[in-house]
Ligand binder design. Structure first.
Ligand code: SAM
Length: 259
């Protein structure tokens, strides 16, 4: 088997979903190239819609310091959440558990794929905050720190703005870990800091390269309940995926501010 079913699709026949907690998974077996090619080799309509929601949210809800500290938790092989935060961030921490993804990110920032320009166009068009940034990938490279870390060990009150895309529900089958990861992401931000988080909806797990990864099947209500103790002004929106595949049912985007 050499196919990639990334943020999406069901495990291939024969691989049964079983309870798996985050610490049991070998995240260094994550095939960053395969994941990138399938998801970010070109801009898909669901990511375009997510960009619209998140970039407009940050435009209307900028962080208090004009240029603050940003964090993207579990970037994997995705640069666009960090790109969306650029006008508001003097520093961007890419906080990742997987050595494989951290190495991939270092290489990617040195020599980025051309497809990121499609994402940048969707992010920046019609939003003047992005106008001063002419070379977004160079700017990002200059502001990024890659940090190896575990969402479950994030320290509280550290960042002014944050994103976490397809992580809390896509790193475990356990609902309690999904909730804990979501809350620890938000509490890593300072009081009132704006955040955006994206989730796979009703995911039953996914395959990247030759490896199966766990997911926790969640919906809008689960996201709302996970965020309620730590966030305010929460808005939750469902995003349809154009190619309806087995194994998930679209995506969910949540925006809000830390309580
Ligand atoms: C499905 S991928 C999502 C990647 C990317 N954010 C995106 O938007 O496509 C899940 C990511 O979470 C990372 N991850 C897994 N467990 C983690 C943990 N405990 N702390 C931080 N990151 C973790 C994985 O290495 C992987 O990069």
């Amino acid at each position: 088997m050499n196919e990639t079913y990334p943020r999406s699709t069901s495990p291939p026949t024969g691989i049964a979903e079983r309870p798996v907690e985050n610490g049991q998974v070998n995240w260094d077996a994550f095939n960053s190239n395969a994941y990138f090619s399938h998801n970010y080799g070109e801009l898909r309509s669901d990511d375009r819609r997510i960009i619209e929601i998140v970039a407009d949210f940050f435009k209307d809800n900028p962080p208090a310091p004009e240029l603050g500290r940003a964090i993207d938790v579990g970037p994997g092989a995705n640069l666009y959440p960090a790109m969306v935060m650029l006008p508001y961030a003097a520093r961007v921490t890419l906080f990742e558990r997987s050595h494989a993804n951290l190495t991939w990110l270092a290489d990617e920032l040195q020599k980025p794929h051309g497809s990121w320009w499609q994402f940048w166009e969707a992010i920046s068009t019609g939003r003047p905050a992005y106008d001063p940034i002419n070379k977004p990938l160079d700017t990002l490279h200059g502001r990024v720190s890659r940090e190896r870390g575990n969402v479950f060990a994030l320290r509280a009150d550290q960042y002014d703005i944050g994103t976490m895309f397809f992580v809390a529900e896509s790193i475990t089958t356990r609902t309690d870990e999904f909730r804990r990861a979501t809350r620890l992401f938000v509490t890593a931000l300072r009081r009132n800091a704006p955040f955006a988080a994206a989730f796979m909806r009703l995911s039953s797990g996914y395959v990247v390269g030759d490896e199966h990864f766990p997911a926790c099947s969640i919906d809008e209500e689960d996201v709302d309940q996970a965020l309620a103790p730590v966030a305010r002004n929460v808005k939750i929106e469902r995003v349809e995926s154009e190619d309806l595949r087995v194994g998930y049912d679209g995506m969910i985007v949540a925006t809000g501010r830390r309580k």
